[in-house]
Ligand binder design. Structure first.
Ligand SMILES: [Zn+2]
Length: 327
């Protein structure tokens, strides 16, 4: 009897602890903000009129709708949030290129041998329009594309590569070296298969600090497209500033965040997701804090994550307006 009581008592205690942990996972989490140091404004000294005209278009390839409390820890809201899978098409005078690649028309075939759990959670999405279809619609052949910069090597960012065979892939060396240790071959080599035989060109963000970020790479040497490391989600997740004369500055974040609340609050995603998609928790949080600080200092700059459907749609609406006014 005693043993039974003990077992029941223990079970109840464990159940209560489990329930407590589950409830806690939805609560907001304190970020230490006491030690944030006010950095000196360090605007790069460029003349906006001297910058080239650059067109930036989000190509949305797929999406899934999730409750807000999954996308933003502590949100207490079941409001639907659309998580998109997108590529960005960038037309610079020196090259037409992509930032990330969205999804190819064959993406479900590539995912067919993945576990049911993976396909029902992280790889659950509705294919809306493949990268290839977006490019065809714009009469862009793969020989027109100079290269694709990959923010990082998760499957849903390299997922459009089968639609652009032969196009060189520019990858942060830190990301590629880390991926060689496991990510490339995980899930029956899903990422390696998606990257196919496309040539890989490694780059280093070895330039000076930029806008408070620790280093940079000026892609064309004209100050218009500048890459900065935003690590933590993966070792080499890389953001891209686009500075141009024909519209506002844009800051693309790769997967450093999902939605704007992640850096505005700041808050991670629900820990169930965050822990599965984040390679280095402490570094990823530091990047969120860096972005939070940058966003507060620069409310005029849209900081857009590659899954942030809301901001991507807002951006495309304002971009059409800006280009109509200036063009
Ligand atoms: Zn990712």
């Amino acid at each position: 009897m005693k043993l039974k009581n003990l077992v029941i008592g223990g079970g109840i205690t464990l159940g209560a602890v489990g329930l407590g942990l589950a409830v806690k996972s939805f609560l907001p989490q304190r970020f230490s903000t006491a030690s944030w140091v006010k950095q000196k404004e360090r605007w790069p000294r460029f003349n906006i009129a001297a910058l080239p005209e650059i067109e930036v278009s989000f190509l949305r390839c797929g999406s899934i709708t999730i409750p807000e409390l999954i996308a933003v820890r502590g949100a207490f809201s079941l409001a639907p949030r659309v998580i998109s899978h997108s590529a960005v098409l960038i037309r610079h005078p020196q090259a037409l290129f992509l930032y990330d690649t969205g999804l190819s028309s064959d993406i479900h075939m590539y995912l067919a041998d993945q576990t049911l759990f993976f396909r029902k959670t992280l790889a659950n999405f509705r294919l809306e329009q493949s990268l290839g279809s977006h490019l065809t619609e714009r009469r862009i052949g793969r020989s027109d594309l100079g290269f694709a910069v990959l923010s990082h090597l998760h499957w849903d960012h390299v997922g459009g590569i089968p639609d652009i065979p032969g196009v060189p892939l520019r990858v942060n060396r830190v990301e590629y070296e880390a991926a060689k240790l496991g990510l490339l071959d995980a899930g029956h080599g899903l990422v390696r298969r998606l990257m196919g035989d496309n040539p890989v060109e490694l780059f280093d963000c070895a330039g000076p600090t930029y806008e408070g970020f620790r280093s940079s790479l000026d892609l064309f040497g004209d100050g218009s497209v500048v890459l900065v490391p935003l690590p933590g989600h993966t070792a080499g997740n890389t953001g891209m500033f686009i500075n141009r004369s024909n519209g506002p500055r844009v800051f693309l974040l790769g997967d450093a965040t999902w939605v704007s609340e992640n850096y505005m609050r700041p808050a991670t995603m629900h820990p169930f997701i965050w822990s599965r998609v984040t390679s280095d928790d402490a570094t990823a949080r530091q990047t969120l804090i860096d972005l939070h600080y940058y966003a507060l200092q620069h409310p005029e700059v849209p900081l857009i994550g590659m899954h942030d459907a809301t901001l991507q749609e807002q951006y495309m609406r304002s971009e059409k307006f800006t280009q109509a006014m200036t063009g």
